[in-house]
Design a protein around this ligand. Structure first.
Ligand code: ACO
Length: 444
């Protein structure tokens, strides 16, 4: 019987082990990236692969986002990020990421109507915010309330929801996330909750819920709306990053879209990922307040005493195209608002020194998306603890798109990596009266 060649297989790779050789299929994507398909490796050889941080591991095939880290290319569904940032809207990009094509006028209008239908929070859900302590972190509130959507929409908890149900789940997440974010902010600052206004665009509506007051409506200046729109578009997806991989991993067990997306919010929170936008501002503030000079920060980073926040990326080894766009947006926004921010000058000085320093050049460390985004968020008037929440609002369409792609993939399996065990070999239970301090391992 002829061997069946899998789709995308272009050739084979030969793996030589001490005992024997195996030939493994070489798979190629549409942009000519190649991967060795090791699906049969363990059954053929008894070996697994070890790849700390998954730097060399393709966890899936995906048609959503393409990144070429060497060339600084980022495309959503084939469209360059620069074109989308300059010509599209966040709602249109959400549609593109989730359903794969730019929407027609009719599709976009009907999705916008659905977003308006779902922009309010169920009153019961609104009460969750009153139960949180006023100084609670908005990321904790966001992940909790997104997960709680499962209690309010039990009919959407299946993995294989139908197309109409999935459209509703998308609208619930994309639309309500901004209401949730704004409510967490208002609650923290003891301000009355402002309800959404369906006549406003996605970004203006969010800014209205954040900054309007019952007797003083906030009409966001166009430059602020534009900067926010670009910020959200640039954060909308980034293929298999930590939070998206988390969403896919949780979704692979059959978990519903709300639970999977809530797990993405938790993964995003860390300072090495979405939390970096807060950490950058804290670092720049320290420099401004005179606690630290730009030079000494760079020297500390080189001595490995400190990570230069907003620098470096697992995939980009030339430049992060999102950082380039945001640096420009940042300058334009401050100009339009007729203000300045000393943190932007410090950021530019830091970038200049780091970009010419051998340590950073050798390791291909460049400003990433978080380096300039915080200055934009400050100019918009957002408090520091909301920065990672803003990243989460932007990333919602990407997380949904990946959950959907996975849920429609007939070849998808539960994510279950293996390990190389390095603990003790078999030993036997020691009764309490025979144990010596330290013999149980911790020494405590
Ligand atoms: N400052 C100083 N040195 C750094 C930095 C940094 N920000 N980032 C990496 N390095 C050094 C490492 O110490 C290492 O040096 P070595 O080769 O001498 O050991 C080398 O550069 C390679 O770094 P890795 O740790 O292998 O890079 P990795 O791909 O694992 O991590 C990450 C990428 C997490 C982004 C890292 O660069 C980092 O921590 N940056 C700061 C936090 C940050 O800005 N995160 C946001 C990332 S973008 C996003 O998630 C949206």
């Amino acid at each position: 019987m002829p061997t069946q060649v899998k789709e995308g297989v272009v050739s084979t790779a030969l793996l030589k082990l001490p005992s024997h050789e195996v030939s493994l299929p070489l798979v190629e994507g549409t942009e000519r990236e190649q991967a060795i398909d090791i699906t049969s490796l363990r059954s053929d050889t008894g070996c697994i692969t070890l790849d700390s941080g998954f730097s060399n591991t393709g966890a899936c095939e995906s048609g959503i986002t393409f990144i070429d880290g060497e060339k600084g290319i980022l495309r959503y569904r084939g469209y360059p990020i620069e074109e989308l940032a300059n010509h599209s809207t966040f709602v249109e990009v959400a549609w593109l990421l989730i359903w794969g094509e730019l929407p027609t006028a009719e599709q976009l209008a009907s999705f916008r109507r659905l977003l308006s239908d779902y922009e309010l929070l169920h009153e019961g859900m609104r009460h969750h915010f009153e139960g949180f302590p006023a100084n609670g972190h908005p990321m904790a509130m966001l992940s909790a309330v997104i997960n709680a959507c499962g209690c309010y929409y039990p009919e959407l908890l299946e993995t294989r929801i139908n197309d109409e149900q999935f459209r509703r789940a998308c609208a619930i997440l994309v639309s309500k996330v901004r209401t949730m974010a704004a409510f967490s902010y208002r609650m923290t600052y003891g301000k009355p909750m402002m309800y959404p206004d369906p006549k406003l665009s996605y970004c203006s509506n969010f800014l209205h819920m954040m900054f309007s007051n019952p007797h003083a409506r906030y009409d966001a200046p166009p430059a602020v709306v534009k900067a926010l729109r670009q910020f959200l578009i640039l954060h909308a997806d980034h293929e298999q990053n930590c939070s998206t991989s988390t969403v896919r991993m949780v979704g692979s067990s059959g978990a519903n879209v709300f639970a999977s997306v809530a797990s993405g919010v938790c993964a995003l929170w860390g300072p090495l990922h979405g939390g970096a936008n807060m950490a950058v501002i804290e670092m720049l503030e320290r420099i401004r307040e005179g606690g630290e000079s730009v030079k000494s920060i760079v020297e500390k980073a080189k001595r490995k005493q400190f990570l230069l926040m907003g620098f470096g990326h697992r995939v980009y080894k030339n430049f992060d195209p999102r950082a380039q766009i945001l640096e420009k947006t940042c300058g334009e926004l401050l100009d339009e608002l007729g203000t300045s921010d000393p943190l932007l000058d410090i950021a530019r000085e830091l970038a200049e020194i780091a970009l010419t320093d051998e340590y950073f050049v050798e390791r291909k460390l460049y400003p990433n998306v978080d380096f300039y985004s915080g200055i934009i968020l400050r100019a918009i008037g957002l408090p520091l603890n909301m920065f990672t929440v803003m990243f989460a609002i932007g990333r919602i369409p990407g997380w949904i798109a990946h959950w959907y792609e996975l849920s429609r993939d007939p070849t998808a399996r539960i994510a279950r990596p293996r390990q190389i065990y390095t603990g003790p070999t078999e030993r036997h239970y020691v009764p309490m009266d025979q144990r010596v301090a330290g013999s149980t391992g911790s020494g405590a």
